[in-house]
Write a protein that binds this ligand. Sequence first.
Ligand code: DMJ
Length: 580
Amino acid sequence: MYSPKVDTTIDLDAEPPPPQSKLEQWMSSNDNKALQLEQFISHRKIIRRWNQLSRLQRSLVYGLVVVVATIFVLLYTSRMAVSADKIRKKVEQDSRNNSSLVIEPAVDAAQVKKTVIESEIIERPIFTGPSNARQFAVVESFKHAWRGYKAHAWGHDNLKPVSGAPHDWFSLGLTIVDGLDTAYIMGLMEEFEEGRQWIKTELVFTKNKDVNFFEVTIRVLGALLTNYHFTQDPMFLEKAKDLGERLMAAFSSPSGIPYSDVNLGTRTAHAPEWSHFSTTAEVTTVQLEFRELSRATNNPAFEDAAAAVSEKIHQLPKKHGLVPIFINPNTGHFLPHATITLGARGDSYYEYLLKQWLQTGKTINYLLDDYMTAIEGVREYLAKRSSPNKRLFIGELASGSEAFNPKMDHLTCFLPGTLALGHANGLPDWHMTLAEQLLYTCYLTYAAHPTFLAPEITHFNMASPTDDMYTKTADAHSLLRPEFVESLWYMYQLTGNSTYQEWGWQIYQGLEKYARVENGYTSLNNVKSEKPIPRDMMESFFLSETLKYLYLLFADDRFIIDLSKYVINSEAHPLPIHKN
Ligand code: DMJ
């Protein structure tokens, strides 16, 4: 029960004490009575003396006080000006020496800084940090993931968040590099600075080790270029250039179609051990990064090598714009009758057709033609409706038979975002209708499960009287992938419809409830179970993509990263759009 605090020693009804003169008050205090009396008397003496002065004498004293005060003010302000100048010079010197990061002050998000690159004016965004409770929550999630990684796996590719152990794949500190621009966008300058320092002092590409050409391009090269663009710190560009030069070995095949594996230390490349083939989506999802590297370094070699791949693939026969998922780097031809899918190994071929066209200021027409034809092919051969509720989904054409297979990878949920982006750039209205309906089906793949998380693969019924979709136990795991929240963000930015934010919030809560563990966020074995078993892995794309897209989705200002100025690479690293 509430009880007000009352000082019971005070009698509120008692008479107040009679007022005392100042002298009596001074005298009535207990300590140093004699000293206080003396001070009081000397004050009185000064006042009496002042009153005895003539008017002229008083004016002289006033004048003297004014002169002294003026001299004091002048001296003080000139010293302040000197130290402000010193600070400004130090900051300029630091940024020239690349020895410290110049952090942008928090200002209006509409403000932009202009930087001249290859005679184009490129706008750089300024990020002001989270603006509402949902964004603050996502920032806290990022900090939690970063903290766990820092404590248990710093410098390694990934964190195993349950066992608190590191995991390596390419030994390139993937989580730091991939997650760094998310920290920057969220305004986490402490995390950004510690990551930047690690990249500056520890990230090297000289190890005698095979890496996957595509993964390193989208995660590492893409991230370095974005961080360079955001901060103009030349260290990022130097690292990107070094990495890009080493990755160029991949194009050394007879056809110019890149090999899948590159040894960064020896600058050699080869096909994977298990096959002669490269993956179609992999060889066609490096062009945004190599082009940006060329533009930033003024060296066309990177762009030329990567663009030649797109041109070669443009020439190859396809099934109404749809491509098989394997290609031979020796012959330059597709593996005949390989699977056709917008899921694994096919997905970002379609994504980069549109995005390359946008990156180059809509100047390369064959890219748009190939994209438009492919989306028509999707409508013709892959987009179907389930039974009984007629949910729209994108299936696959099976390898060999080319028979329709009503299964959809979670990866395919990138497509609504890409379709909406195309529509916003003048492509037909039915692209947007397809986007909206597919996005809803993707939403249902989350909402159908008690975890509110989606499985890796969903299967659809086309003649069932009861269930439109189902999840096989072997496909029920979740890597906390980004594609659906990525599409939500595109749709939110391009339509302003806040329903997409609500869907994203439901998913975020699922992540917090089921995937968050003491040291970070873990992949799960079964989204169908209310007690999913952790797979003990935090992928770098969880920081780079999933959390970044959620943060952007919840923003009050939906144009924090403006899609008319940026193309976002396949790993969620924004790159500037050029004029050509
Ligand atoms: C990411 O590495 C990229 O988005 C890639 O293009 C596809 N897969 C993962 C995330 O799911």
